[in-house]
Design a protein around this ligand. Sequence first.
Ligand code: ZN
Length: 544
Amino acid sequence: MFASKETYRACIYTRLSRDDGDKPESDSIANQRALIRDYLKQHKEITIVSEHSDDGYSGVNFERPGFAEMMDEIREGKVDCVVVKDLSRFGRNYIEAGNYIEKVFPFMGVRFIAINDSYDSSDKSQSDSLVIPFKNLINDAYCKDISVKIRSQLEIKRKKGEYIGAFVVYGYVKDPEDHNRIIVDTYAAEVVRAIFRWKMAGMSQNRIADKLNSQGVLCPMEYKLSMGVKVQTNFRVHKQAKWSAVSVTRILTNELYTGVLLQGKSSTPNYKVKKRFDKEQSEWIRIENAHEAIITAGEFETVQELLGKDTRISPDEEALYPLAGYVVCGDCGQNMVRKTIPRRGKKYVYYVCSTNKAKKGCSSHSISENKLMDAVLHVIKEQISTVMRIEGLLEMAQSLPENQRNIFNYDAQIVKLQEEIERNKGFRMKLYESLEEGMIDKDEYFIFKKNYSDKISLAEKNIQSLEAERDAAVEKNAADYSWVDAFKKYEGIERVERQVVVNLISEIRVYEGNVVEIDFQHNDAIEAALKIIDTLPEDMKTEA
Ligand SMILES: [Zn+2]
């Protein structure tokens, strides 16, 4: 945060949109304005110098004329304080709003006040009170009324956001003339087209993978290796990788093949700020016809529909309520119970803490089933897309020629050390001869002998640790990533079904105020994968 100043020149910002479900009465521009002016009467240090409003603009994005005018005034230095009635007036995309409040405004020395959220960035004692919920909120309009807190993995994802991105995808190569562009790789593009064709003809991803393998088509990773830096092939760290249902699915779901480029993973908020900020994927810029398409948009759509159907399950598996047994009270740890309340001819379904229901203490923690299901669905989708991005990076890590070269280096070093041991052993043997021949005396004999022995044991020790490192590197390359399939299987889900919950989730904790925390299975594997990704060379991570 920034140091408090004596006086501030404020802009009042107001916004109203029926699309967002705003209440025309209480949220009207006039009401917002009145409330802000009233509030500022108690803040003599703040002078209102301008006012901007966006009547009829959704808060989901920030492309609003009033907002843009306000930002211009901030950049010009006319305004150094922004006052809104509440956060949702400022924006409903909480990640982007958080970006402004947490990063952009502090950089520009702008004080931000959200009256009904009791937030004032000049108050250092509570400066985190807003930022923290922001970080934990799921951001889009669809989920706007549900505050969902997700544990570790997504936090990590955001941290790594800058390099969880696009590498050159199978089917394309970098344009040798312009490294910011990709061009079609004729051979691989044919394979991609065949994969789409076979899927549309009704083949499963497994069958497509089998077919490619039986035809001897190299999988993307092997193909990349075969095209890349020359790697000696007499030393392989893993058996030749094959096509799998996963790699086929990855191709079938990559919109890049239709010529669309998703860009803008980071952006520079203004000319003064050099630092680049991460953007969420939903905020990425879509550029149509960015490169030559391999698949038509129509073909792509058809395949997405087919894939969506594949994830449906038979109806008799739905006898149990999807979340049964998974929902616990975040505070007392006991199960939440499902309760149906009839009201005005309708049925309302809630989950409440069982301790509370048994009147043994604890608060109700009540949450509607619909809300909870929406939150669970949203978080599962986020998790799946995170896993898929991690997978892409893992494949990159595996296919790195550097990785294999490292292993060569280990072996070369070990060979050198073995030679050194032999040499020193030879010297040590000859020592006795030298003693016999009177070239050295007994004291010298023991000193030299100890010297050679020390060298030998040091080299042996080094070999041991190099071998351990080499084995770890080999293991890293050959690690089992089958957990990725567990998530990928549900890509494109639109409903939370029992099967998904059973296969992916380990616990759903509900706290007061509709805060939901979800633990996923395979957490350890994901953590381990992120550690491997951490070892990727920096330029690799940032390569776009
Ligand atoms: Zn409880």
